[in-house]
Structure formats: C-alpha cells, structure tokens
Design a protein around this ligand. Sequence first.
Ligand SMILES: C=CC1=C(C)c2cc3[nH]c(cc4nc(cc5[nH]c(cc1n2)c(C)c5CCC(=O)O)C(CCC(=O)O)=C4C)c(C)c3C=C
Ligand SMILES: [Fe+2]
Ligand SMILES: [Fe+2]
Length: 336
Amino acid sequence: MKRASGQYNAAMTSPRTAVVLCNLGGPDSLEAVEPFLRNLFSDPDIFQFPAAAFTQGLFARLVAWRRREEASRGYAALGGASPIGANTQDQAWALEQALADLKARVFVCMRYWHPLTGEVVAALKAGGFARVVLLPLYPQYSLTTSGSARNEFLRACARLHYSPDVRFIDSWYEEPDYLDGIAAAIGREAQRFSVPDPARISLLLSAHGVPQRLIRQGDPYQRGIEETARLVRARLAWPRVTLCYQSRVGPLEWLRPYVDDVIREQGREGVDQILVYPIAFVSDHIETLYELGMTYARLAREAGVREYHVVPALNADPALIRALSRLVRTALREER
Ligand SMILES: C=CC1=C(C)c2cc3[nH]c(cc4nc(cc5[nH]c(cc1n2)c(C)c5CCC(=O)O)C(CCC(=O)O)=C4C)c(C)c3C=C
Ligand SMILES: [Fe+2]
Ligand SMILES: [Fe+2]
C-alpha cells in the first residue's frame, strides 16, 4: 500500500537505512579476469544447469578458461582493469549526497567481483542496518541481472542469519529524469559530428543481448528494452533510430539485430554519421568503452562510415542521480 501523498518526513527513516546499488562488477586486474568469469558462469540465473552444483562448477571453470583470452584483450585495452567499480562508486557518493536529508548510507554491491554480495551483507549486518533498499543499476529487469542480484542478496542474508526489511526495486526505465538525461546526453554528443543535424545522423540504441531462449521462458527484458527505446524515440523525434543488441557470448541465438550487422548494413547503404547510445547501461565499462568505443568504431570505419561516436553512459549525471533518489524515496514510503 502506498501513502496517498507525502512529503517525506525524517521520522520515517528512523530504522538505520542502507541503499545498495547493485551492479555486475568487473575484474580489477588482468589476473582477476579468469576468477571473475568463473563467478559469472557459476551463476544459476545466467546458466540454468539442471544437474548438480558440482557439474556447474566444472562447466564454469571450463568456459571461464576458454573465454579468458578474448575477455582479457578488452580489459587490457582499458589499462588492465574494468572501470565499472570506480564509476559505480562515483554514483554511490552522488546518491548519498542526494539522500543526505534521510541519513541513508549508500553501498556498492557487485555480483561477480569485489565488493561481492557476501562482503556487503556482512557489512550491513555489522552496521546494524534494519532497512535496505536494493537498487539494481539495470533500468530494465532481467532474471540474469537484477533477478540474480536479488537472489544472491537473499542467499547471503540467509547464510549470515540477517533479516532486514528489504525493499526491491526492479524495472525503472520509465523514470522521467532518467529519460530526460538520456535525451540530453544524446543531444550533447551529436554536436561532435561535422553535420550535427539529426536528419543526417543514424542513431543506434544498443542494448546488451540475452539468449532468445530466456525470452521464450518469460523474461521481461526485451519488453523493457523495447519500451525504453519507444520512450527515448518519443523524446527525441529523430528520423532514423534503430534498436539493436550487443555482446553475444557462446553459440546460442541471441536477440537480434546484432549491432555489428546493423553497422555493416548501414555502411553499405552509405550512412556516414552513426551515433550509438548504450541503452541497457548506466555505467561505463568494457561493453561501452571497448566493445562499442573501440571494436565497433573500427568496424564502422571499415564499413565506410565516416564519423562514428558513442554517447557516454550517464554515470554520475545529475539527471540519473535525481531518478535514483526518487526511486529510493518512493520505496521507503511504501508501508510494511
Ligand atoms: C543489461 C545488462 C546485462 C545483461 C542482460 C547481461 C547478460 C549476460 N551477460 C553474459 C556474459 C558476460 N557478460 C560480461 C560482461 C558484462 N555484462 C554486463 C551486463 C549485462 N549482462 C556488464 C555490465 C558487463 C561488463 C563488466 C565489465 O567488466 O566492465 C562478460 C565478461 C566480458 C566478456 O567476456 O565479454 C560475460 C562473459 C551472459 C551469458 C548473459 C545472459 C545470459
Ligand atoms: Fe553480460
Ligand atoms: Fe557482455
């Protein structure tokens, strides 16, 4: 039940409140790439393994070992580590300031690399936080991201015999400040083209893909992405906007069209200005800076696209922080 109206009132924060920003995490050194991948491929919400956990452990080791070289190339190009930890920490500091009146502490919690969920839950318990808002930095819910973060958080709470009042936030792509922030960021980056005219720019909204099988099983991720794309299109009213998917891993069929196919096709058509916005991400990391910013920049050049730019993720953009702050306040107003 929601409170009918409501100015936030400090008394409502009386139990010690923590906001937990969930993100994927990334290796902080090249040595960490393989163990990070092992954690990722051990996640039952990423790969549902019907057999015993033991078999999943072996599978994770094998796939991590096979993938480590390709993944390391990306992290090496970014200086030997993923910037996702630093970018998420900046978001946490900015959000803590935005919530100063509530005296809420903001924690970063990563799914596959430090600070790992078990470490964060131990700190929350030690700090005596009786109320926790779990806020995944994925605007569109998927079992593989927000769902996985929630499941891991609850497992860690059970392991540590800690039972706070937990408020989960799932999909939040409809937040107006978030959508306004995207439109403004796209508009700013468009100024870098020699002809900064939306009529002359092809805008690609690129989302992280997932296997099509996951969507057939009922995961709402694709619907969330398509809705976000519709809302961004409505705000911009640019003539040429294409939704596509990136970062496919493994042999399965993933959501289409793939961004590399779209770049090649548009190059053949003679498009000479492409702008990419990473619509599933709010923090920069290997998928935006290396995959979109380097690998596909090269591909675009080879395909004959004269100018290609990637819009930075929102990171600690005040518009995003306003959206996150509003989400937390709404979650805290819900009566229990
Ligand atoms: C919306 C966000 C994401 C979804 C959905 C998602 C699904 C998903 N990812 C993999 C496999 C890998 N992902 C990797 C990196 C990675 N993935 C996301 C986000 C989503 N993943 C982020 C933010 C990152 C990068 C973090 C960083 O270190 O900077 C990787 C490792 C890198 C690589 O080898 O390419 C893998 C592997 C699957 C299988 C999946 C859905 C089933
Ligand atoms: Fe991923
Ligand atoms: Fe990926």
